[in-house]
Design a protein around this ligand. Sequence first.
Ligand code: ITT
Ligand code: NA
Length: 202
Amino acid sequence: TKLLLATRNAKKLVELQRILDHALGRHAIELVGLGDVPEYPEAPETGLTFGENALLKAREGVKYTGLPTVADDSGLAVDALSGMPGVFSARWAGRHGDDKANLELVLAQISDLPDENRGAAFVCAAALVLPGGKEHLVDGRQAGRLIRGPRGEGGFGYDPIFVAEDQTRTNAELTPEEKDAISHRGKAFRALAKVIAKTLLA
Ligand code: ITT
Ligand code: NA
């Protein structure tokens, strides 16, 4: 079964295919990337919440391809920054997708805070929009804290500075499977996999 994945983030795509393969069995879902859709428009991400943005991205996918479409909108909410960078996580330092600059800016913004005030959470909204117009939205959250400098090579984005609750390693030091098991994206897309199983694979 073909599903469009409305993302331009290659690392997200890898995580999502892996999470869906694990939840639904290998080859149950074939994710089609935006690279295979000619003249796909810039994603509208004008929403004020992760959920709104995920729905905007998924609706756009259905509109341009007619395929059932999934989308992920996600980010890091830092307690001491009143939940920022939040929906601005991908472009917090200015240039979209500059992971290194983004995490360095967040670290600078909380550099004077003691360990007990460095709480943060990753949030993921996962949307499924069907060609008939039906919409499904779920989310997932991973709570933790920010350390003072990056550690690890795995994952992407803010993973090198984030240590999840009950962990000693950063998300970037976990294996991919360990990250999926506890991540905001793993939680959201395992919930969405149940919806996919009922609506598209039944
Ligand atoms: P698309 O909109 O094309 O899917 P994007 O990277 O722009 O790709 P978002 O707007 O959802 O996606 O922004 C997500 C940002 O949040 C991402 O660039 C990272 O900075 C951060 N982020 C999301 N999930 C993360 C994760 O699992 N680990 C670390 N950082 C993450
Ligand atoms: Na976004």
